[in-house]
Design a protein around this ligand. Sequence first.
Ligand SMILES: Cc1cc2nc3c(=O)[nH]c(=O)nc-3n(C[C@H](O)[C@H](O)[C@H](O)COP(=O)(O)OP(=O)(O)OC[C@H]3O[C@@H](n4cnc5c(N)ncnc54)[C@H](O)[C@@H]3O)c2cc1C
Length: 288
Amino acid sequence: MKPAPFTYAAPESVAEVIALLDTHGDAAKLLAGGQSLTPMMNLRLASPAYIIDLNCLAGLDYIEERDGYLAIGAMTRQRRLERSEVVRQHYPLLAEAARLIGHPATRNRGTVGGSIAHADPAAELPALLLTYGGSVVAHGSDGDREIPAEDFFVSYFTTALEPGELLTEVRLRRWPEGTGCCFLEESRRYGDYAVVGVSALMHLDADGRCDEVAVTLFGVGEAPYPVAQAASLLVGQIPGEERLSAVGQAAAEGVEPEDDVHASAAFRRHLSAVLTRRVLRTAAERAG
Ligand SMILES: Cc1cc2nc3c(=O)[nH]c(=O)nc-3n(C[C@H](O)[C@H](O)[C@H](O)COP(=O)(O)OP(=O)(O)OC[C@H]3O[C@@H](n4cnc5c(N)ncnc54)[C@H](O)[C@@H]3O)c2cc1C
């Protein structure tokens, strides 16, 4: 299949992108890595009249540590996450998860900003953004605004980005040294989107008690699901097997998965309990 005809522009500055978005409104679509948009256009699930290609923009491809957080430019290719030294050393959960996003070929083109803006509820990067307690920077005609991860993912493929805004940067909070992490997903084949996945960060105090934890389930509903209430059962506790099972069960009770061609809602709920227990056990073992 070929896409419907469209007009193409390749602006070289963020200001030009915003001007084009303002001019063309809903008729325009931003093209980043094209790994989600192009198949949708080829299948005629999307038929934008105007394509604004972001690939000629300079200055949105970077991974840099700032004061207490990692800043990733929106046009950074997903593959760079696996190779970055700062990511491997200080954001190992991100490095662990990045290799599960599609295939090397899709990661070579697909961008960090594109994945987050696309907001597929079964995608890895949106879940990581929530787990790290991150945020995104959106740029529009009124300048920049920072949107916390917990306010960003609204529903299936829907975010808090306003019409006319470009996502320019993704920010991940740096957790303290000694934080344990784990990322697990169950998919039908290597490279497929997760049927269910879960990511976790856990920090233990000197007595081995959990003093901070963040867990996110994905593939279980309309948006990545922060397992906040269930995970709070761990705070102040030694993460033993019984408690981890209880947290897994509580997490599974909080999600509202749906049946689809890949799995039943009941199986997704079962996976939510099992995978949550497993990631937390491994994160606890790796902490310290
Ligand atoms: C075979 C295959 C397997 C895949 N498997 C996975 C997987 O397992 N996990 C996973 O997460 N993804 C998977 N993907 C999708 C891939 O990760 C995409 O790269 C990602 O979903 C979108 O990123 P992109 O840069 O390609 O964006 P594009 O496809 O170019 O754009 C996607 C959407 O985001 C919007 N957009 C892009 N950039 C911006 C921006 N800066 N600001 C505002 N809006 C923007 C576009 O307008 C469009 O609506 C797979 C893709 C393929 C082809």
